[in-house]
Structures are given as structure tokens and as C-alpha cells.
Design a protein around this ligand. Structure first.
Ligand code: ADP
Length: 490
């Protein structure tokens, strides 16, 4: 074992309270957080109600003016310190993430580094917030554009990447000079509590980040979105919830960034290098047990290489060890909860009933805990539900194809448009597909597109806006245009 702490000691290091205006406090009640690998209760966490959320909002509102006038350098320093503190705390953070979410410790460690990189990246962006100048051709005014923080923000994160999704939103908000109310998912609040702890230690002033853990997301968020004080929402989660929040945000015209669902096509052409194809498929499908919006959801394989690709994939799946993410050597941890596992089983059963064949897996594993066997389904028919919804589990549905135009049409035949993967050695084909796929991101001969330096986001019902890269901070900044007559002009 490489674990340096026992799980029970570690949970004791997490306050499990609300963090509002620089103070930790209990809520009126608590809610339980479970370890999905064992079903054991890990902690009782403060359960914010609407009144707590409004307190958090007031703290963010009061802190906004002073915070927006801090120097970019000071904000960058806080983020740099936070990046270092995250790295120094790697084992504790990774263990907490594995405990509350189920992912293998090795992946959790990778996510700790990914979160640190977001803080580092936005520390570097904080000192590069640029406006613009032009001279008007007609009136000879100076056209000056300055950038300002949008104001108090509401950040809502999902449970699948509890630390990185927090850092990806909190980082640019701090860099831009925005205060925030941060509401993490109820399944994984402990990682977010750790982020608040770390930012406090890094010197973030009171009231800039206010954390409300809650089991009553709807009750807590609606009054914030409709109240008029919150000027921006950055949400990552399902398209259903995103759409509901956009309706609420419409009431007071809250600027909105939405990272929503995906239904990623993964296309293997007949000229593909099959080792590359299998490596990319393993990464795109099995990372985070398939619980990622970027997960390969529909694997289209050219008929001439389908048998070879499929048998190589089956061999790779057979090497995977499923188990408690805390155990050494585990590749696939537990799914988030029973509902998540039951949904996966339902999708597999539905596909099989409609004619798909199971090449490996197809069943839940172990009890207690919500594990599912790595599963490959071949010949998945078009009417199978699994091709039209996010799987969020370790199931690879394979569909054969013969024609490029047809496969592109099939890939685009979805309301989502987050990411698409293309495996081919033909540069002209790459050129065509990077143009023709209706997505926000394309992976060419790779199964991983996430990168702090790249603009992450989708089109269609996969969302609005981009996170990370140079565009990430833009989401938290307004443009203000100032007209000043140029000297000597009437
Ligand atoms: P999932 O189904 O994967 O849990 P959700 O979209 O429901 O995805 O959850 C993503 C985030 O949205 C979580 O933080 C969750 O608590 C929050 N959420 C869910 N429902 C609402 C709601 N009605 N209002 C505000 N936030 C919500």
C-alpha cells in the first residue's frame, strides 16, 4: 500500500461545515456522505438551507468591491500558493476523493495535480487581463475597452471530478476578481471543503469564496439565481439541470457558462493504427470508470478492422482490475451510487434485448459497493437507448460502419456536441472530420482532450462557454467601452 494515512484519520481533517465570510459554521442540519465502494457512511456534512445560501451571497456581495480592486499580482500570488498547497496535500486530497467518489487512487492523484495546474494556470492568467484601444475612423474618439470582473458568481460542480471541477471554476473567478458562492455536488462535498480550507490558508480574503454544501440544491440555488445579486453562474452537470438553471438565470439575465452532457462519438477508420486506437479507446472510455462527459459513448469501427479492434479491446478489458479505489493495482473503482449502477445495467439489458452481443462483462460486481464489470457490447443497434444517453459507466458500445459520410452523419445525429474522437492516419480525412464533426472539441489519435491550457466546452446541448485556456477567464470578465475624444477633435 502506498497510502500514507488511514481513511478514518483523513476524514477527521475535513471540517464538514459551511464556510461563509471566512468563518466555518454548522448548518441547521447535516446530510450523510457515503463511500460508494463499501456503502459506509464517511461523514455528516453541514446541510445549507436557503437562508444559509443568502448569507453566503451577502458575504460575496459585500466582499466584491474591495476584492475587485486588489492587484492582479496579489490574486496571482494567492493562486500560486494554493497550487503549491494542493500539491503538498496530494495524498490527503487523493484519498478523500477516492473515499467519497470511488475512483482509483492513482487517478485521484492525477486529478490533484490537474487541480493544482488550474490554480497555476489562472495565477498566470490573472496578470494578463488585457483591454483594447482603437481610434474611431469617423468621430476620432478613442475607443478604450477595459475589463472588469462580472461580480459575485455562483459556481456549481458535479461529483465526477470533485477537485478539478472546483479548481477550474474557482481559479478563474479568483483571477478575474470575482467573489463566489460555491455549491458542490451532495455526493462529493468533502473535496470542496478541502479546497476552501486550502484557499483560506493561501490567504484568500474573507467573503471571496463562500462554500455551501447542501442536499437541497434546488431550494438553495433558485433564490440566488433569481435574486439579482449573483451576476454569473458557472455550472457543470447534466443538460437537464443546466436547462433548468438557464430558465432561472433568465429572470435577472445572469451571465451563464454551462458545461453539460456529452455523447461522444469515437470513430476508428480502416487506416487506423490499431494499437493507437485501442490505447485511445481505453483512455476515452475507462478513465474515471466512464463517469465523464467526455467519455467515448458510441464507438464506431470500420467493418474491415472491427474484428481485430474488438478482440484487442476485449483483451485489454480482461486485464483490468475492478475494486476499492484505495487498493493498490485497482484500475476501475466503484460507480457513484446504486442509481448510477442500475442505470448502467438497464442500458446494457436494453441493448442486449434489442440485439447487441456482450463480448465481456455485462453484470454488477461485488456487494456492498456499486461496482460494474468493464463491458463491451458489439453490434449495438441504432435504437438501443445506450447510444442516445450518457452511459456514465464502464460500458463500450461498438457499432460497425463502412462509409465516412454515413459515420459522420451518425456521429452528428445527437442533441449533444461536446467532443468527438477520430482515429486515422489519413491527414485529409483528419482535415475533413475536424471540420465536419459538430462538437466543441476533437481528439485526433488520442483519447484525452482535457488540458488546463485548452478551451474545454461544447456546442448544441453540451453547453455554453469555455473553461480553461485563455478563454476560461473571459467567462468571468465584462468588457467596458469608454469613448474619449481624441486631442484636437471637436
Ligand atoms: P447528475 O445527474 O450527474 O448528478 P446534476 O446536473 O443533477 O447531475 O448535478 C450537477 C450539479 O447540479 C450538482 O452540484 C447538483 O447538486 C446540482 N443540481 C442538481 N439539481 C439542481 C437544481 N435543481 N438546482 C441547482 N443545482 C442543482
Amino acid at each position: 500500500m502506498t497510502m500514507t494515512h488511514q481513511p478514518t484519520d483523513i476524514i477527521g481533517t475535513v471540517p464538514a461545515q459551511l464556510f461563509i465570510d471566512g468563518l466555518w459554521s454548522d448548518g441547521e442540519s447535516t446530510f450523510p456522505v457515503y463511500d460508494p465502494a463499501t456503502g459506509d457512511e464517511l461523514a455528516q456534512v453541514a446541510d445549507a438551507n436557503a437562508a444559509d445560501a443568502l448569507r453566503a451571497q451577502s458575504a460575496a456581495q459585500s466582499a466584491q468591491a474591495k476584492w475587485s480592486h486588489t492587484s492582479p499580482h496579489d490574486r496571482a500570488q494567492i493562486l500560486s500558493r494554493a497550487a503549491q498547497l494542493v500539491r503538498d496535500d496530494r495524498e490527503r486530497l487523493a484519498t478523500i476523493m477516492t473515499l467519497e467518489m470511488g475512483k482509483p487512487l492513482a487517478e485521484a492523484r492525477g486529478e490533484v495535480e490537474y487541480a493544482a495546474k488550474f490554480f497555476q494556470w489562472f495565477a498566470e492568467e490573472a496578470v494578463r487581463i488585457h483591454g483594447n484601444h482603437a481610434l474611431s475612423p469617423q468621430s476620432r474618439n478613442h475607443i478604450l475597452t477595459v475589463r472588469e470582473p462580472v461580480g459575485p458568481t455562483l459556481l456549481i460542480t458535479p461529483w465526477n471530478f470533485p477537485l478539478a471541477m472546483g479548481a477550474r471554476k474557482v481559479g478563474p473567478a479568483i483571477a478575474a476578481g470575482c467573489t463566489m458562492v460555491f455549491k458542490p455536488a451532495a455526493q462529493t462535498p468533502l473535496s470542496s471543503v478541502c479546497l476552501a480550507q486550502i484557499l483560506d490558508e493561501a490567504g484568500l480574503p474573507s467573503g471571496v469564496l463562500n462554500l455551501v454544501t447542501t442536499s437541497k440544491a434546488g431550494e438553495v440555488v433558485k433564490p440566488l439565481l433569481e435574486g439579482g445579486a449573483i451576476r454569473k453562474i458557472s455550472f457543470t452537470g447534466s443538460t437537464r439541470t443546466g436547462s433548468l438553471l438557464l430558465e432561472q438565470a433568465a429572470k435577472t439575465i445572469v451571465r451563464s457558462s454551462m458545461e453539460l452532457g456529452g455523447n461522444a462519438p469515437f470513430i476508428v477508420f480502416d487506416d487506423a493504427d490499431l494499437e493507437t486506437a485501442v490505447d485511445a479507446a481505453m483512455a476515452a472510455k475507462m478513465r474515471n470508470m466512464g463517469e465523464a462527459c467526455t467519455a467515448a459513448n458510441r464507438i464506431f469501427v470500420h467493418e474491415t478492422v472491427r474484428e481485430e479492434f474488438t478482440s484487442r479491446l476485449v483483451a485489454r478489458f480482461a486485464e483490468l482490475t475492478v475494486g476499492n479505489g484505495l487498493d493498490e493495482g485497482v484500475d476501475v473503482g466503484s460507480l457513484i451510487d446504486e442509481a448510477g449502477r442500475d442505470k448502467v445495467q438497464h442500458l446494457v439489458d436494453d441493448a442486449v434485448a434489442k440485439g447487441a452481443s456482450v463480448l465481456s462483462g455485462g453484470q454488477p460486481l461485488y456487494s456492498p459497493g456499486t461496482f460494474y464489470q468493464p463491458t463491451i457490447l458489439d453490434n449495438v443497434p441504432d435504437d438501443a437507448e445506450i447510444l442516445h444517453t450518457e452511459v456514465f459507466g464502464p460500458v463500450a458500445p461498438i457499432i460497425g460502419f463502412t462509409d465516412e459520410t454515413d459515420v459522420v452523419a451518425a456521429a452528428n445525429d445527437t442533441e449533444w456536441g461536446l467532443v468527438g474522437y477520430v482515429i486515422t492516419r489519413d491527414s485529409e480525412r483528419i482535415n475533413r472530420l475536424m471540420n465536419d464533426l459538430e462538437v466543441g472539441m476533437v481528439g485526433v489519435n488520442t483519447g484525452i482532450v482535457s488540458d488546463v491550457a485548452a478551451p474545454f466546452g461544447g456546442i448544441k446541448q453540451s453547453g455554453l462557454g469555455r473553461e480553461g485556456g485563455h478563454l476560461g477567464i473571459e467567462e468571468f470578465l465584462n468588457h467596458k467601452y469608454i469613448a474619449i475624444p481624441a486631442p484636437g477633435m471637436a
